[in-house]
Each structure stands twice: as structure tokens, then as C-alpha cells.
Design a protein around this ligand. Structure first.
Ligand code: BGC
Length: 756
């Protein structure tokens, strides 16, 4: 009976889906039949009235253009009242009353800010990440919005790039899982609830591979690498039903992504079956003039013909498309297709039924920055922290004695939110000093000293402060500040040093060629270490930093990233052991900048170097090992985990058989804790060179002290597949190594033969 019921239900769901599509198609076709050419082009125009947005160009004459039907969407305003005003102009004053779509950079939370995406990814917890996106969607829709410019899924292997902070690190498998979770969190099952927003996966594509880690720089990449390592997260978002895609600033094969037909039509729509609309990045249409492929009319025509539907701020579509149509540079069908896709999105969001659907004045007070969203942010933030070092169990801290809390990031609410938190109010965030006071209890004496400015280099300070003051220069001299800190440390049993980057030292247009802790703070740290007291370094950073000196001399290092509104509380929860850290880094930490790009899934080369010492005529360096300081997947716990051997159900398989790999993980320490068990597969011989290993699965286990659990991975030929020279995704028979462990370096391995 049950067996018969399921196909019937699926069939009914399918028929219902078709009927809904038919209804939408009829509605949109009917509307488009009434639209003039100008009105159709108007739908392709996305404007911003200014405010908390990037870029130097802000749209002019917004109200008038909305009235004329020359605007399809608006971004950069928040609050139901403001959004309603703009919507009223469109609905009451434009000829066809077509509602606007309202977007914003909702990146890691909207008003309640979660850790920066790089930090979030270190939780390896897709359920929590989905939840963070879902809370962000609730807050954003309570604020009148229906479109989030997120998730940002650009793979990055270069920590110099400031925007590595906005993505999920270097691995495509993990990146794809997170992309899917974010889309699901934002969009829900469909848009039937007014608590969901349309997501916008970005920046399509390869933006994270900018040469030299310099933002907006050229990208040059072969197709195999692209398909294997950079495209999977975007594809995962498309497969998860993402409603929109944002094109990137960079070029691909000499053609800027925004005008790249291969990318936006052949790959995205034809190969991947994407049905939503593509929006440009901020003025990325007009920036194609600088790229050197033509004037505004030429580049706008190029973008539209490539499959780009909506022009963010450049107004190239608005000002040139009519002329291009008359001159045969674009077709009516291209204009119609773009217009239709945008209207379909508005239809799906329910805006034609109720243009004010997301503008409920009573919602903000009930749904924004509530006790519940803050509690969720605190828990999620704790999961994103990574314990990089903990000698002699320096951590967790005792709730007795005196703690010297030192450093320019210790008493800073401002720097807790991190980059791209445009709607976050830093005055509502919790500093580390406040968090420690909240969690430590009355038996702990806290002495605080600033100890240093975030940076003393006036050029760096000026540039990092471009969007507002985040790096304050103290009236006291660097020597005075250090002396105060050392005096505070003298009274303490343990020193907690809150050091690192200011929030805007990462993010857009915040690339660095040196990714160290700035010198002013390094001097402070050295002075603190010299006191001989135990030092815990709490690191604030939007990228992997070079920590070679710190790793050698500081007993405990906790990477806190920029953990959001509840940062201080979450960090204190971890410092005092209320939460046992479980985060694992998702981007390798280089030993020095010269190692970049350094990433775990590298190739073997013809002269591989395996060993400790330098070997002449091998692929290595004279002055530094090949391995990063901390490898991908690495992160400690207050407890310790031991791994048994990898047990396979078979060591020889054929065709579509299934392999089961089992390993026993034991908590050998004193604390209960969570471990992320990682599965890597190595394919040492193939028709083209493969990476030394690739992540293919991970599982979380929670273990009490002394407890063991069996962790089982099911492996099929899907996990063996890769893109071959013809860009076919397939597997090849041969020998494979199944590697399971606590990070990409520390794994147990078992061999298997798999034949066709
Ligand atoms: C960024 C995008 C962002 C857009 C709108 C651009 O500068 O690259 O990520 O969504 O601005 O604010």
C-alpha cells in the first residue's frame, strides 16, 4: 500500500508544481504583453539610494525612475517603513504598478550578527549554518527585505585576499555542503512564508582566485581545475534552488564574468539548468570599460547577450539597451528573457499578490535581535572558534585567581562584528572584556590594559579606517601602553591577550601582502611572553595569519575570528570551558606569505618532497618547509581523541558496489567533546594528475571521557569521480587510499582496489 502511495503523492506534487508554473507563466506573459520596451528595460535596473553600500557610484534620481517604471529593484535601504515608501511609489505611481524587489548584503546575519563566514565554516556544522541563515532571513524580512546577496561561496587558497573572510575556505566539498545549507536556510522550502528571502549565490565565478590575492585582480585558470575545485559550491547552490546568481568582477579566459556567455549561459543555464536570474556585481557592467572590452553601450550589450539579467548600479542597461536593440546589438528576445526572469522572481516571492508582504511594522520589535536570536548567535559562535594550540592544558581557565586581559581588541565592541555586517549595530555587541566578566563569576579578578594600538603604521591605519574609525591611536606612546600591560600582567596568574586584525583589515578591498599580527601588537605579545606568565592568545582575524613566532612561544592560541554580536560571551564560554572547542580550520595557515598558495589538496608534482629536511632537486624551499603551519581541517579540543585503524568491508570492489569504511574514535581525555571525523580519498594513478587527497565526507561525534564510537562512511563510485581531460565527471578503475582522521594531515589510511 505504502509503496503505491508514494509515487501517487510525487505525481500529485509534480502536477501541482506544473499547474503553479503554468499560472505564473500566464501571469507574467500577460503582464509583459502590456509592457513597453522602456518598462521592460526598467525591470533590469537595480539601484541603490546610497547609505551602507560599497562602491563610489550611487544611483541618481531614484524616486523619479521608480515612478517611470525604470527600476526593477532597490538595495541598501532597511526598515519596513522606508521600504514601504519606495514600494508605494512603484505600486501607486508607476503605470503598471509592478512591485520592486528589495535586496541587501545580509551576509552573516542581518541585525543579529553571526561569525564571519570563514569562522562559521570552521564549525563544519551545516545544521547550525542553515539555522544562522534562517534567522538572518527572518530578521531581514522583518526589516522589509526579500533578497539577500548571499551566500558567498568563492573558494580561496590565498589568505592575502581580504574576502577570504566572506567564504568557506579552500575546500569545494565542504564549500558545497555549506552553500546548500545557506540557500536552504534563506529560502526555506519555497517562498510561501514571508520569513524567507531569495538567496543570491556569488560571485560567479572564480572571484577567490584573484592573482596575488589582490582584490578585483585577474583570474587565469584551466577548465579542469575550475570544474574540480572552484565551481562545485556555486553548482551546489544552483542544485539547492537558489533564486539568483551574482556575476563576479574578475575575468575568465579574458572575458569578464559579467559579459561571459560561456559562463552565464552555456555553463549556468544550459549545463546546470539554472532557472532564476543573474544580477551583476556593483557596477561590474560599466567596469568592463576599464577591463578594456568596449564603451558602455558595447559592454552593456555584451552583458545582456551573455545572459546577465539585472544591472547593479551601472545603469548601462537603462541608458543603452534601446539603442542596442535598434542597432541589432541585442535582440528583443534577450530583453524579454531577462525581464521575464525578474518578474518570475517577484511572482515567486508573492509580491504581485501582496507587494507589502514583507513590510509588517509589528515584526521588527518581536523578531529582530531577540533573546532567542542572541542565544543562537552565542551557541553558533562558540562552535566556530578554533583552538590552535594548548600546551600544558593552559586552557580552560580556572574561575579563580587574577586574569590580566590585555590587548587592543579586548575592550572593543566595534571590532566584534567583522566585515560585511552592514545592518549590525556594534553598540549591541559583547566585547571580550564584557564576556569574561559575564562568564567568570565573582571569584575571578580581572585587570585590563590596552597594551598597544591595533597598528601603529599610519598608512595601514588610514587605509583600514577608510569606512570609519576601527583602529584608534591612543594618546599614550607604544612604550607606555606596553609598560601598563606588563604591570597588569605582573599581578595576574594568567594573561589573556586579545590581538589580531581590526574588522576592516579583511573584507572587500582589504587585501594584505603581509598577513601577520601588526608589529605594535607583536611587540606587546613578546613583552607579555617575557614575563614568564602563561599567555593565552585570543586571535581576532578575518583570514589565516602567519603565526610562526606565536606558535613557537605562546602556550595557548584560540582563534576567535570575528564572532559577531555575542562574540565576547561565546569566547568566554570557550575560555572557561563551558563549551569545549570543536572548530577546525577550513583554510590552511601558511608559515609565511611566500608559501601562498598553500592548500591541502595540492598535486604531487614530478619531484615530490616527503620528509623533514631539504632535498636538492625536489619540490621544496631552501628556507621553509612545504607544509603549512596548521593544515586544513586542523583544530584541537580540551580533550583528546584517538583513532583506531581504518577497517574496510572489502579491499577489492567492482563497479557499483559499495565500500564501507569504519573507524573507532575514542575520547582519551578528561572532557566531553565533539570531534569532526574527516574522510579523504586519494587516487594515486589516473588519466590525469590528481590532488594528493580530497575531502569526501565528514561526521561529527560527541564523546564522553573514555567513550568510544564507531564512525562509518559509505563510499560509492561517486566519491571516486573527477573531471577528466574531456570535462566528463567519471571515475577510473585502480587503487585508492581511504584516509580518515582529525585533519587533512593526521589520518589513518587503508588501501582498496576498485575495478570496472
Ligand atoms: C560586492 C558584493 C555586494 C555588492 C552590493 C559589491 O561591491 O562585491 O559582494 O553584494 O557590492 O553591496
Amino acid at each position: 500500500m505504502k509503496k503505491r502511495l508514494l509515487p501517487a503523492i510525487l505525481l500529485m506534487a509534480c502536477l501541482y508544481g506544473h499547474a503553479q508554473d503554468a499560472k505564473m507563466n500566464a501571469f507574467v506573459a500577460n503582464l509583459m504583453a502590456k509592457m513597453t520596451l522602456d518598462e521592460k528595460i526598467g525591470q533590469l535596473n537595480l539601484v541603490t539610494p546610497g547609505g551602507a553600500v560599497t562602491g563610489s557610484v550611487v544611483s541618481q534620481g531614484v524616486d523619479e525612475n521608480i515612478r517611470k517604471g525604470a527600476v526593477g529593484g532597490l538595495f541598501g535601504i532597511t526598515g519596513p517603513e522606508k521600504v514601504r515608501k519606495a514600494q508605494e511609489i512603484a505600486v501607486n505611481n508607476s503605470r503598471l504598478h509592478i512591485p520592486l524587489i528589495f535586496g541587501l548584503d545580509v551576509i552573516h546575519g542581518h541585525r543579529t550578527i553571526f561569525p564571519i563566514p570563514l569562522g562559521l565554516s570552521c564549525s563544519w556544522d551545516t545544521a547550525l549554518i542553515r539555522k544562522s541563515a534562517s534567522i538572518a532571513a527572518t530578521e531581514a524580512t522583518a526589516d522589509g527585505l526579500n533578497w539577500a546577496f548571499s551566500p558567498m561561496v568563492d573558494i580561496a587558497r590565498d589568505a592575502r585576499w581580504g574576502r577570504i573572510s566572506e567564504g568557506s575556505g579552500e575546500d569545494p566539498f565542504l564549500g558545497a555542503q555549506i552553500a546548500k545549507a545557506m540557500v536552504q536556510g534563506y529560502q526555506g522550502k519555497d517562498y510561501s512564508s514571508a520569513h524567507n528571502v531569495m538567496a543570491c549565490v556569488k560571485h560567479f565565478a572564480l572571484y577567490g582566485a584573484a592573482e596575488a590575492g589582490r582584490d578585483y585582480n585577474t583570474v587565469d585558470m584551466g577548465r579542469v581545475k575550475m570544474y574540480e575545485y572552484y565551481l562545485p559550491p556555486y553548482k551546489a547552490a544552483v542544485d539547492a534552488g537558489v533564486g539568483s546568481v551574482m556575476s563576479s568582477f574578475n575575468e575568465i579566459d579574458g572575458v569578464p564574468a559579467t559579459g561571459n556567455k560561456w559562463l552565464l549561459t552555456d555553463l549556468l543555464r544550459k549545463q546546470w539548468g539554472f532557472k532564476g536570474f543573474v544580477v551583476s556585481d556593483y557596477t561590474s557592467i560599466s567596469e568592463m570599460i576599464n577591463h578594456g572590452i568596449g564603451d558602455l553601450q558595447t559592454v552593456s550589450a555584451r552583458a545582456l547577450s551573455a545572459g546577465l539579467d539585472m544591472d547593479m548600479v551601472a545603469e548601462g542597461f537603462l541608458s543603452t539597451t534601446k539603442k542596442s536593440l535598434a542597432e541589432g546589438k541585442v535582440t528583443q528576445k534577450q530583453i524579454d528573457d531577462a525581464c521575464r526572469r525578474i518578474l518570475e522572481a517577484k511572482y515567486a516571492l508573492g509580491l504581485f499578490t501582496d507587494p507589502y508582504r514583507y513590510m509588517d511594522d509589528t515584526r521588527p520589535a518581536k523578531e529582530i535581535l531577540t533573546a532567542d536570536t542572541r542565544a543562537a548567535a552565542r551557541g553558533i559562535a562558540a562552535h566556530s572558534l578554533v583552538l590552535l594550540k594548548n600546551d600544558q592544558q593552559t586552557l580552560p581557565l580556572q574561575k579563580t585567581g587574577t586574569i590580566a586581559l590585555v590587548g587592543p581588541l579586548a575592550d572593543s565592541r566595534r571590532n566584534m562584528l567583522g566585515t560585511w555586517s552592514v545592518s549590525g549595530d556594534y553598540t549591541k555587541s559583547v566585547s571580550l572584556l564584557e564576556g569574561i566578566k559575564n562568564v567568570a563569576g565573582s571569584n575571578v579578578n580581572i585587570v585590563y590594559a590596552k597594551g598597544a594600538n591595533i597598528a601603529d603604521d599610519s598608512m595601514l591605519v588610514k587605509r583600514a579606517n577608510a569606512l570609519g574609525v576601527e583602529i584608534e591611536t591612543d594618546a599614550k606612546s607604544p612604550a607606555e601602553l606596553i609598560n601598563e600591560a606588563v604591570a597588569a600582567a605582573a599581578k595576574a596568574d594568567v594573561i589573556v591577550a586579545a590581538l589580531g586584525e581590526a574588522a576592516d583589515m579583511t573584507g572587500e578591498a582589504s587585501s594584505r601582502s603581509d598577513i601577520n599580527i601588526p608589529e605594535s601588537q607583536e611587540n606587546l605579545l613578546k613583552a607579555l611572553v617575557q614575563t614568564g606568565k602563561p599567555v593565552v592568545l585570543v586571535l581576532f582575524n578575518g583570514r589565516p595569519l602567519t603565526l610562526t613566532w606565536e606558535d613557537k612561544h605562546v602556550p595557548a592560541i584560540l582563534d576567535a575570528w570575528f564572532a559577531g554580536t555575542e562574540a565576547g560571551n561565546a569566547i568566554a564560554d570557550v575560555l572557561f570551558g563551558s563549551y569545549n572547542p570543536s572548530g577546525k580550520i577550513t583554510a590552511s595557515f601558511p608559515r609565511n606569505v611566500g608559501q601562498i598558495p598553500v592548500y591541502y589538496n595540492h598535486k604531487n608534482t614530478g619531484r615530490p618532497f616527503h620528509g623533514e629536511d631539504f632535498a636538492k632537486f625536489k619540490s621544496d624551499y631552501l628556507d621553509v618547509p612545504n607544509e603549512p603551519l596548521y593544515p586544513f581541517g586542523y583544530g584541537l579540543s580540551y580533550t583528546s581523541f584517538s583513532y583506531g585503524e581504518v577497517k574496510l568491508n572489502k579491499t577489492a570492489l567492482k563497479g557499483n558496489e559499495t565500500l564501507t569504511a569504519t573507524i573507532i574514535v575514542t575520547n582519551t581525555g578528561k572532557y566531553a567533546g565533539e570531534e569532526t571525523v574527516q574522510l579523504y580519498i586519494s587516487d594515486p594513478v589516473a588519466s590525469l594528475t590528481r590532488a594528493v587527497e580530497d575531502l569526501k565526507g565528514f561526521k561529527k561525534v560527541y564523546l564522553q571521557p573514555g567513550e568510544s564510537k564507531e564512525v562509518v562512511f559509505t563510499i560509492t563510485t561517486n566519491e571516486l569521480k573527477f573531471y577528466n581531460s574531456n570535462l566528463q565527471y567519471d571515475w577510473e578503475a585502480g587503487q585508492f587510499f581511504v584516509r580518515i582522521g582529525s585533519n587533512s594531515r593526521d589520518v589513518k589510511s587503508a588501501e582498496v582496489l576498485w575495478s570496472k
